[in-house]
Design a protein around this ligand. Sequence first.
Ligand SMILES: Cc1cc2nc3c(=O)[nH]c(=O)nc-3n(C[C@H](O)[C@H](O)[C@H](O)COP(=O)(O)OP(=O)(O)OC[C@H]3O[C@@H](n4cnc5c(N)ncnc54)[C@H](O)[C@@H]3O)c2cc1C
Ligand code: FES
Length: 352
Amino acid sequence: MRLVQEHGEGATAADAPSHTVRIAGGEQRFSCAGGDVLLRAAHRAGLAFPYECNVGSCGNCKFELVEGEVAMLWPEAPGWTDKDRQRRRYLACQSRPVGDCTIKVRFDARYASQHRPLRTQAVLAARRPVTHDIEEFQFVLDEAQAFEPGQYALLQLPGVEGPRAYSMSNTAGDGRVWEFQVRRVPGGRGSAALFDQVAPGTRVGIDGPYGMAWLRRDAPRDILCIAGGSGLAPMVSIVRGASTEPALAQRRIHFLYGARTPADVAGKDLLQALPGWGTRIHYEAAVSTPPAAGEWTGPVGFVHDLAGERFGERLADMEIYFAGPPAMAAAVQQMLLARKVPLGQVHFDQFY
Ligand SMILES: Cc1cc2nc3c(=O)[nH]c(=O)nc-3n(C[C@H](O)[C@H](O)[C@H](O)COP(=O)(O)OP(=O)(O)OC[C@H]3O[C@@H](n4cnc5c(N)ncnc54)[C@H](O)[C@@H]3O)c2cc1C
Ligand code: FES
């Protein structure tokens, strides 16, 4: 067994031959096409391979290499440690088999894909500003692909090493149009490429859908969506999906948005267009930086505190979705834990 290291996606990788990946201790196996990575090939084959971020950060997709060779696309991935290297453990989202191989991993039904992900290309049809640093990008896919509200896709952007994860903000419709709301991250390479190099007509690689924080259509509870900053898109998608879902017609939908300043507040205009706005769909935003006098009349503070104040004991009876930067997501999790909200009613995909 030998570790082959190869940085980047490789221009000719897609022409490389497929390899068979066997799961140790059983009959299961799947084919990993040239240019694909182990994790995503497993999901294309309908296998519930554990994962979360898909971009090398969380470490949830680790497997043990029993036999064969893999190329690690991003050896510096934060989710891959020296200990993992010593124990022949690899990140499936960063591994490409270089021949047939055998791996050890425990599948888990909660990671099962709602829709088997598709690798295809998409063309940017339109973009528009949402706030001073968030824009909405509308792509049209070469091939239709369904997704659930709240899921995300991987975009392969021009000149950027490795794909970036972005959540869809729309609902799937006929599966051809996927919309994203992306925040420009200071110093970020992927978001800079998207903002500065992707104009209408530009083609990008797209792969999805992924993610576990999708709208539970059969959950008999009111819905609370909590979004912070760049977490806007998946929460807007959840509300859009829930607003037209017949099984959820009697449910109230609450959307709380946490922003740093009044200029960062977003989302209300998107929800105002939905059926049920003002009767069963409600929106409130909080800003965390004390505003200048007369600049803001809403709540000041963190969005997890706002959720606790507004809903208190009722949180335990709600279906809760949230998305945003790691610090906000950790604070929301803690607040929900302290209020004894059953874990099965809480849905989020950690942003990295
Ligand atoms: C599930 C999920 C959903 C997300 N949804 C949204 C959203 O809807 N809107 C939004 O604005 N942001 C979203 N993000 C954050 C987004 O993916 C980026 O992290 C963010 O835009 C910063 O990327 P950047 O390239 O600008 O910054 P950079 O600092 O250049 O890159 C950071 C990201 O790129 C990955 N990365 C860096 N180098 C490599 C490499 N060589 N190979 C592979 N991966 C690499 C990192 O793991 C990290 O995710 C989401 C993240 C996740 C995990
Ligand atoms: S899913 Fe591979 S490191 Fe997060």
